[in-house]
Design a binder for this molecule. Structure first.
Ligand code: GLA
Length: 726
């Protein structure tokens, strides 16, 4: 049983394949005991050991000076009740103060999981179990449920919570974290994936924990390019294959807060959740609200297993089952034509996709309303009849007659000020009426917290797409939320706008999935601006970055794989400008994930088309290895001249090495001339399907020489091996 409770010592034990998590109940409080290797001992510290007294630490009962919430390793700490560290929950009660304190009442061990209303979460399987603990705050009249869901096989435990107001009046949740964990010691580094538009998720920094608060957050109403919700806390010497690493992530696409804080007693508090700046929820009497799911994993052997645990979790419990069907190789119109599309161009483009052996053509931005540039038309989801004279259905039929499937771009959450939608309903945009509205990419954000907006969008799309056989939607989101106000919500509910916005967005995703059950959805937010687990749960894959330069992509993709699997990473080959070396480099970089193309193949030399045909065919021989295999990093582009990894699935190994000319190197350079496939079968012989070369498993384990690169003027080159066991 993954979850057990022993009454004699009030101890909860949560086990996964390789890890153990333990806590107990002392004086009504949940005290954290252990998170680590399964073999580790659960140590009782502090709580029942008189003598460990910290001055100035408040205690509840005279004579129990040793039991202070300020110094205990707590499962879930509340504001104002004697813990001066950063806390997970702060509720302003009817009396007007925000002192919060919950005590254990009861618990249940459930099969499966508790669903979170209108917010995606990990899918349970037959082994999934959930511990549901009920706690009560008699002073504020609130009930708290803490949920622990165990995903046994992938070594992941998740945390989420709900609060029910039973006070008879309103209360306000002012800060809310889904996951809180007190680790022993301070001797950790923190790793985050910060970045920017076109340079998302950079894995090149480690910040030591100190006696203060490290906070990593997004205040943008989106999980954001600038700071991804993933975070790891590792021991200072941890590397790819050694050391303790704790990985965390949040299954949510809006603003969030990750915190790591070293305290006076030598413990480190880690928290993941909605935070406080962009979240303030008035809870009416009798109402229940949920905090989204946060996930954690532990590896005793460095970052490699941490990544693989999260890859398994995402593939098995997050990504929709349907997405696991073979993902299409697409040809996208954006970098080919930008806004200059029409029916004839797109039909020719589709024919070229078919000729190159691709599966689908994607019509990107520019097909609707007055959208001939990014200044107008967003929100007006009816086809532009100047460009598609007979409407969408006959045009899509022509596309399909070329032999490829059809995908279309939408950006439901937005409106240009120059749109019929905004002219008719200025109150449907996020705004504070007393202030000017900021622009970003000449557009405003629709108030997805308003059900009328959601209904309007459903009606619009339903009409425009009626009878059109769409196989794929690219769902974009190209600005962040400023002036966060809703003209639909009342004054007391303004602080919950962003949370309700996300619920509205997820409900529209649900409608798309139910209305077009055979279509897949690719998520995009100016590239990877919502590259998070919740988006992965409602889409099939994500456009990794608007940056399609092979050199920058090498870094972005390497870093993204720290937390997310290759199966969701959409990677396109952009214009090689007739340069065959560039085409080869871009292809070898793109086969790190789900392959596609994005340039004007109508104007490309015949030899380029010929090579694309070959690439697509070859990719089909190992795409399952990429999407379903086990991923091992070998050399970091940030630390070496070579970026290298391999992916293994059954008898197949895909090995990749990209020579970076040392341009991406920071700090001291680690040389990389050999690539060792540690998990190869020593007794087998492998043949590289690309060159016919054979090599023994023994040699692969010891490491094969990379050999000479053939760099171009920029100094970059790439090599790829596809080994199959003979
Ligand atoms: C965003 C996307 C691009 C493209 C454009 C269209 O920038 O990331 O891929 O779809 O919007 O306007």
């Amino acid at each position: 049983m993954p979850i057990s409770f022993t009454r004699e010592n009030s101890l909860f034990r949560l086990t996964t394949k390789n890890t153990l998590y333990a806590f107990d109940i002392v004086k009504g409080k949940l005290i954290h005991r252990y998170y680590g290797k399964k073999a580790g001992a659960v140590v009782k510290t502090f709580a029942d050991e008189p003598g460990d007294v910290w001055s100035f630490a408040p205690y509840a009962k005279e004579g129990e000076v040793y039991f202070s919430l300020d110094t205990q390793p707590l499962e879930y700490s509340c504001f104002g009740s004697g813990d001066f560290r950063t806390t997970a929950l702060r509720i302003k009660n009817g009396a007007g103060n925000s002192v919060t304190g919950f005590d254990y009442v009861s618990h249940k061990i459930r099969k499966g999981r508790v669903e979170i209303p209108n917010i995606p979460c990990g899918r349970a399987d037959e082994r999934t179990q959930t511990l549901d603990i009920t706690l009560r705050d008699t002073a504020s009249g609130c009930e708290l449920h803490l949920y622990y869901t165990v995903f046994y096989d992938c070594d992941v435990i998740s945390r989420y919570a709900s609060v029910t107001n039973k006070s008879g009046g309103d209360v306000v949740i002012e800060k809310w974290m889904s996951l809180a964990l007190d680790l022993p010691g301070h001797n950790y580094d923190v790793v985050s994936l910060a970045g920017a538009h076109c340079f998302e998720r950079v894995f090149n920094e480690r910040t030591p924990v100190f006696r203060g608060n490290l906070s990593m957050c997004s205040r943008r109403g989106a999980s954001s390019h600038q700071m991804n919700p993933f975070m790891a806390v590792c021991d200072r010497k941890a590397d790819e294959n050694h050391g303790d690493v704790y990985g965390f992530n949040f299954v949510y696409s809006g603003s969030f807060l990750n915190e790591v804080e070293g305290d006076q007693t030598g413990k480190t508090r880690v928290q993941v959740g909605l935070g406080e700046e962009n979240f303030n929820y008035r809870l009416k009497d009798g109402e229940t609200v949920f905090a989204p799911e946060a996930v954690m994993t532990y590896s005793a052997k460095g970052f490699g297993p941490m990544s693989r645990n999260f890859h398994h979790f995402t593939n098995d419990h997050i990504v929709p089952e349907k997405a696991k069907e073979r993902r299409p190789v697409v040809l996208n119109s954006w970098e080919a034509f930008y806004f200059d599309i029409d029916e004839n161009i797109m039909v020719d483009f589709a024919a070229a996709a078919a000729e190159c052996g691709m599966d689908m053509v994607i019509m990107d931005d520019g097909w609707f309303g007055a959208r001939v540039n990014d200044k107008a038309g967003l929100g007006d989801w009816y086809v532009n009849k100047n460009r598609f004279k007979e409407g969408l259905a006959p045009y899509v039929e022509r596309v399909k007659n070329t032999g490829v499937k059809f995908g279309i771009w939408v950006e439901p959450e937005m409106a240009n000020p120059d749109s019929d939608l905004f002219r008719a309903h200025p109150e449907w945009c996020i705004r504070c009426p007393e202030r000017p509205m900021s622009y970003s990419r000449s557009q405003y954000v629709l108030d997805m917290a308003n059900p009328e907006v959601i209904e309007y969008l459903k009606g619009m799309f339903e009409e425009t797409f009626r009878g059109v056989p769409i196989d794929y939607f690219k769902w974009d989101m190209n600005r962040h939320i400023s002036e966060p106000g809703s003209m639909y919500l009342g004054a007391e509910d303004q602080g919950s706008m962003e949370y309700r916005y996300m619920q509205g967005v997820y409900s529209l995703f649900k409608w798309f999935r139910e209305t077009y059950p055979d279509a897949m959805i690719e998520n995009c937010s100016g590239g990877g601006g919502r590259y998070d687990l919740a988006m992965m749960a409602v889409c099939s894959q994500i456009w990794t970055s608007d940056n399609t330069n092979a050199r920058t992509r090498t870094l972005i993709q390497y870093s993204s794989m720290l937390a997310y699997p290759a199966s969701v990473m959409s990677c396109h080959v952009s214009n090689p400008h007739g340069n065959m070396h560039e085409l080869d480099l871009k292809y070898k970089v793109a086969v790190n994930g789900v392959l596609g193309y994005e340039f004007n193949v109508l104007k490309t030399p015949e030899e380029v088309k010929e090579e694309i045909r070959r690439q697509v065919k070859e990719y089909r021989t190992f795409d399952r290895v990429i999407t379903d295999g086990e991923y091992y990093r070998l050399s970091s582009p940030y630390e070496s001249d070579v970026s290298a990894y391999y992916i293994e699935l059954g008898d197949q190994i895909l090995l990749s090495a990209i020579h970076t000319n040392g341009k991406a190197v920071i700090g001291k350079k680690k040389p990389c001339t050999k690539l060792a496939v540690r998990t190869a079968d020593a007794n087998a012989t492998y043949r590289d399907t690309r060159t016919g070369m054979t090599v023994t498993g023994e040699q692969l384990k010891k490491g094969i020489e990379i050999g000479e690169f053939a760099p171009d003027e920029s100094g970059w080159d790439a090599k790829l091996w596809h080994f199959v066991k003979e």
